[in-house]
Design a protein around this ligand. Structure first.
Ligand code: GAL
Length: 654
């Protein structure tokens, strides 16, 4: 098992070369192992068409490597230079209004533009050929944050042609597409694939089946774009893992699918920026403004661990205030350390901070780094030095354990409910996060999984909130598994073509739980449906016919089944508030035989192998004895300081 490591994002092209050696020495001195470079440097690598200046990059790699650092080399394809855009003015994506995205920031390209794909192939091949076997190059990052700034979907001609081909390959004959999309409705029938349009600028909503296929197509374009780079890199750089840095709360493409071409997943964790952008209420934001949502980072750690099939990194970790959220507070003392250990506890191989030195120029000059713009150490510099000492003392090794609890996450479901929310606050992402929160509040370490047969084998408890169209083999696997299941709301309520299933929702899942959803309603903010003795539904509720083989475990005050059960399968008929969710979760834990903890609101726990980590997201010192029993601590104290981290060696579940 390898040791867990620290890294940093660095832009040698931003600084005088005379400064590089000192930077490298300082990085090494605070215990950094990895340095990511190069991902935005195209204009310096190829300043004019076909004129390559790779020498500076070679000198940077040599110098960093010589100082004992391992390089993560980024491909520069998120920032095509001006000359390239001028040569191919149709290469930027068109937004849903049909406007071209302009040069002057980044990500100004369309995933379907074949000319741009060729240009990317060219620069990536040259880079991989030149540096792929360099002993200092330890890993690769493809592009940067696919989809950032709303760049997955493009309504360009290139996208239109490619989408028509995609539809022809999927359906074979146009009649099949008409049938699948239900095009008889509103006379939307087509007579050939050449008549297909993109689903933007329609008078009212475009057909959800059309939109879903367009999103599948757009996601496939990201997969193909990434695969092309990964295949080139692999030819020249054997043995070096290829990663991509994903984002938080981002669902526009299927991250499981992109990750299949990667060796490990990674994501960019900005706890304070993400909290400020989130739909959480003002009290919550005020309370956690300097440490972030206690569950948000962990959720993504678990999601990306699944994407990377166990291997994952934090490629960019927030070190101080960022520049891009509506408000940008500074982290609390201890927060950077807490975030770092939360990632390591979830099995991260590496946590890398963004960025080394704050840039005094251009768009991100208000974004803090480990160093101030004048190269003096900023707060996070000292925090990282401490973390690396602690890691050394702990001898922390990369470890991940299979959890008994699995929570399904499915990108198609996120798309489906965005296209047909039915109530404007029905967000799949929020729904799944809400369930995750309830599991974590009970002290559970969770695996977030794709809805596949393999992912749900050997679990005690499996949750499938809002899973729109489960595949037949997945339903089979659920039927064969002995796990306790939580299904609904909205699970199985469509076919994969985006139709209501013939047998009505929950479709094929009715084989597991004998209920039929006969009606649904969405609820405006503040409107709730009380569920006797348990809590209430908000946002969404369903009316069930409870069959002979099911019983109503909870009933709403207006007499409808709120939680139904057939054997080990439960069906939840709405969007639960916190109290109802706690009640439902308790029933599930009991039924599944899963041991839980009763934690204070601001304390979180993560088991990794025999080590139990405890995190204090609160501002008060808190006694954590209930969470660790008599176990000895290798990090932290029993009275855990605000933003503190403890690690205990557990011999048995206390
Ligand atoms: C990330 C991005 C970085 C930088 C950073 C600022 O989204 O990958 O390049 O922009 O945000 O927080």
């Amino acid at each position: 098992m390898t040791l867990q490591k620290l890294g940093v994002c660095y832009y040698p092209e931003h600084w005088p070369e005379s400064r590089w050696a000192e930077d490298a020495a300082m990085m090494k001195a605070i215990g950094l192992s990895f340095v990511r470079i190069g991902e935005f440097a195209w204009s310096r690598l190829e300043p004019r068409p076909g004129v390559f200046e790779f020498d500076w990059l070679r000198r940077a790699i040599d110098l960093l490597h010589g100082a004992g650092l391992n390089i993560v080399l980024g491909t520069p394809t998120a920032t095509p230079p001006k000359w390239l855009v001028d040569r191919m003015p149709d290469m930027p994506a068109l937004d849903a209004q049909g406007r071209s995205r302009k040069f002057g920031s980044r990500r100004h390209y369309c995933f379907s533009h074949e000319g741009y794909a060729r240009e990317c192939g060219r620069i990536v091949e040259l880079l991989a050929e030149t540096f792929g076997a360099h002993p200092g190059v330890a890993a690769w990052q493809t592009d940067n944050e696919y989809g950032c700034h709303d760049t997955v979907e493009s309504y360009s001609d290139a996208a239109l042609c490619a989408f028509r081909r995609w539809c022809a390959a999927k359906y074979g004959v146009i009649e099949a597409l008409n049938q699948a999309w239900g095009n008889v409705f509103w006379s939307m029938e087509l007579t050939s694939f050449e008549e297909i349009e993109l689903p933007n600028l329609t008078v009212t909503d475009a057909n959800p089946s059309h939109r879903l296929d367009f999103q599948r197509f757009s996601s496939d374009q990201v997969v193909a774009f990434n695969r092309r780079q990964a295949e080139i890199i692999r030819r020249y750089s054997t043995g070096r893992p290829i990663l991509h840095n994903f984002m938080g709360s981002f669902t526009a493409f299927d991250h499981f699918a992109v990750s299949r071409d990667l060796d490990a997943a990674s994501w960019d964790s900005y706890p304070l920026g993400y909290l400020e952008r989130s739909p959480r209420d003002e009290d919550f934001k005020a309370r956690y403004m300097r440490v972030g949502d206690p569950d948000y980072q962990a959720f993504h750690h678990d999601l990306y661990r699944a994407c990377g099939r166990g291997r994952w990194w934090v490629m960019e970790q927030q070190p101080g205030a960022v520049n891009w959220a509506p408000w940008n507070p500074a982290p609390a003392k201890g927060a950077v350390r807490l975030w770092t250990f939360e990632a390591f506890a979830a099995g991260a191989e590496t946590v890398s901070y963004f960025r080394w030195r704050q840039a005094p120029f251009a768009q991100e000059q208000m974004h803090e780094g480990l160093l101030l713009p004048d190269s003096e150490p900023n707060e996070a510099y000292h925090a990282v030095a401490l973390i690396s000492k602690e890691l050394g003392n702990l001898g922390a090794r990369v470890e991940t354990a299979r959890s008994q609890v699995a929570l399904a996450f499915d990108y198609e479901s996120a798309w489906a409910w965005a296209f047909e929310p039915q109530g404007q606050d029905f967000s799949y992402f929020e729904l799944v996060l809400r369930f995750y929160r309830a599991l974590r509040r009970a002290g559970l370490s969770v695996d977030i999984v794709p809805p596949t047969a393999e992912a749900v084998a050997d679990r005690k408890l499996i949750l499938l909130p809002g899973l729109f169209a489960p595949a037949v083999d997945f339903v089979d696997a659920l039927t064969k598994s002995g796990a306790t299941l939580l299904i609904g709301p909205r699970s199985g309520s469509k076919t994969s073509d985006f139709r209501i299933p013939a047998e009505l929702p929950p479709g094929d899942l009715r084989a597991l739980v004998d209920v039929k959803v006969r009606r649904v309603e969405s609820l405006r903010p503040g409107a709730t449906i009380a569920v006797a003795g348990a809590g209430c539904f908000e946002r969404w509720r369903e009316f069930l016919d409870v069959g002979e083989n099911a019983s109503a475990e909870l009933v709403s005050e207006d007499g409808e089944a709120a939680l139904a059960r057939s054997g080990r399968a439960f069906y939840l008929a709405g969007w639960p508030d916190e109290s109802l969710l706690r009640d439902v979760a308790r029933r599930l834990f009991l039924h599944a035989g899963v041991a839980t903890l009763d934690l204070p609101e601001h304390i979180r726990v993560r088991d990794n192998g025999a080590t139990r980590y405890v995190f204090n997201y609160g501002a008060e010192p808190t006694d954590i004895s209930d969470a660790i029993g008599a176990a000895a601590l290798s990090l932290g104290e029993r009275i855990l300081e605000p933003r503190g981290v403890a690690a205990a060696h557990m011999t048995r579940r206390e």
